[in-house]
Design a protein around this ligand. Structure first.
Ligand SMILES: Nc1ncnc2c1ncn2[C@@H]1O[C@H](COP(=O)(O)OP(=O)(O)OP(=O)(O)O)[C@@H](O)[C@H]1O
Length: 356
């Protein structure tokens, strides 16, 4: 790498080559490559963050172009992930870019987020934001929030070093009637650029240890009069019901009679030699990741493969997220009486997130 590449930022004595090394070792996940995601990606990529993960499944549309300045007229209709990576690669070829061609959802959030140091919310909807918050609380990762409403931008850092989370500020998700939508309300092209850059700045500060992070502080930027206000907020223990959160993400068992958590399964595997795990996913999923000694019987073949199951031993059924294993459990329960059946809650997604 050309030693001059980062010279203008390593020349800052508070930053220096040490901070640059920290950036190079860092892994940052960006959820959404739209209005906020584009400036975040361009700056973190150009500044030398080692690994950037991007979760996005949208395509470029003409109404994106006034603010998502990485995309051009020729990109309309193309996947944002593909276009963004091509341009980011040209901007800085040494960044490791990892794309997730999907939307972040409850079934994949823990599995994706676990590999990163910091998560940046660059999405545009409340379910994603609450999901990022909850997954980051469970996995103990900070998340950098950015939001837009009219001519106002908001930025904060949640869950940083035991600090307050998004739910401490906004405990409950708003109802559909309460949700403002940029499609309807509009957004001035430059505003996501400013807010996304503030998110990138907070990220760099956390990664390198410079400055004071917006922990327990909500920054409000008013674009019309260029004022910045900071509102303090504190940790609310009630908003951090970790047991409840773990419950909804499959880390704690809801029904001990037919479900087992990944923690319980891991304890069994560690303490017993022969745990009969039946993996009901597809061949491709099984090949991509499997629990050692598990038996592979795809759900659609289960009816033909009963002879491969030892009905006298407890049967632990697993799939990718817990849905197909619950179906397999119902199928076996209807077919055989008095067998000991468990479905692994959260499936391989949670197993990988929690146990690997
Ligand atoms: N759960 C999610 N996982 C990954 N990306 C998401 C998720 N939810 C939203 N996004 C992405 O976040 C980006 C938000 O960008 P932005 O707010 O600028 O809106 P947009 O969807 O690109 O544009 P418009 O609202 O004009 O159609 C979008 O590209 C969207 O696909």
């Amino acid at each position: 790498m050309d030693p001059n590449r980062y010279i203008r930022q390593t020349a800052l004595k508070e930053f220096g080559p040490q901070a640059q090394k920290k950036l190079a070792k860092s892994r940052v996940l960006i959820v959404g490559a739209g209005g906020l995601g584009v400036p975040v990606l361009q700056y973190l990529n150009s500044m030398g963050v080692g690994t950037l993960g991007v979760v996005e499944q949208d395509v470029v549309s003409i109404s994106n172009l006034h603010r998502q300045v990485l995309y051009t007229e020729r990109d309309i209709g193309k996947p944002k992930l593909e276009v963004a990576f091509k341009k980011l690669k040209a901007q800085n070829s040494s960044t490791r870019l990892r794309g997730y061609d999907t939307f972040l959802m409850a079934s994949n959030a823990l599995g994706i987020i676990k590999d990163y140091d910091i998560v940046i919310d660059a999405s545009d909807n409340f379910p994603t934001r609450y999901l990022i918050n909850d997954a980051c609380v469970i996995l103990k990762k900070p998340f950098v929030y950015g939001g837009l409403q009219g001519f106002e931008g908001q930025v904060s850092v949640f869950n940083y070093k035991g600090g307050p989370t998004y739910r401490c500020l906004f405990p409950n998700m708003p109802t559909i009637d309460e949700i403002p939508n940029c499609n309807i309300n509009g957004v001035l092209g430059v505003l996501p650029g400013i807010v996304g850059n503030l998110q990138a700045l907070e990220t760099v500060k956390m990664l390198t240890g410079i400055g004071e992070v917006l922990r327990g502080k909500l920054l409000l930027f008013n674009a019309l009069d260029q004022t910045i206000q900071k509102i303090n907020f504190s940790l609310q223990e009630n908003s951090l019901n970790i047991t409840e959160l773990k419950y909804s993400y499959g880390i704690v068992s809801a029904s001990p009679f037919s479900e087992i958590t990944v923690d319980e399964l891991k304890d069994l595997i560690d303490s017993q030699r022969n745990v009969q795990i039946i993996d009901v996913r597809t061949q491709e999923e099984f090949e991509a990741y499997k629990i050692p000694n598990s038996v592979h019987i795809p759900l659609n073949d289960l009816g033909n493969r009963y002879h491969d199951i030892d009905l006298k031993q407890p049967i632990y059924l697993i799939c990718q997220s817990g849905k197909r294993s619950a179906q397999a459990l119902e199928q076996l329960k209807n077919q055989f009486s008095e067998i000991s059946l468990y479905s692994v809650r959260g499936g391989i997604n949670t197993y990988v997130a929690v146990c690997s």
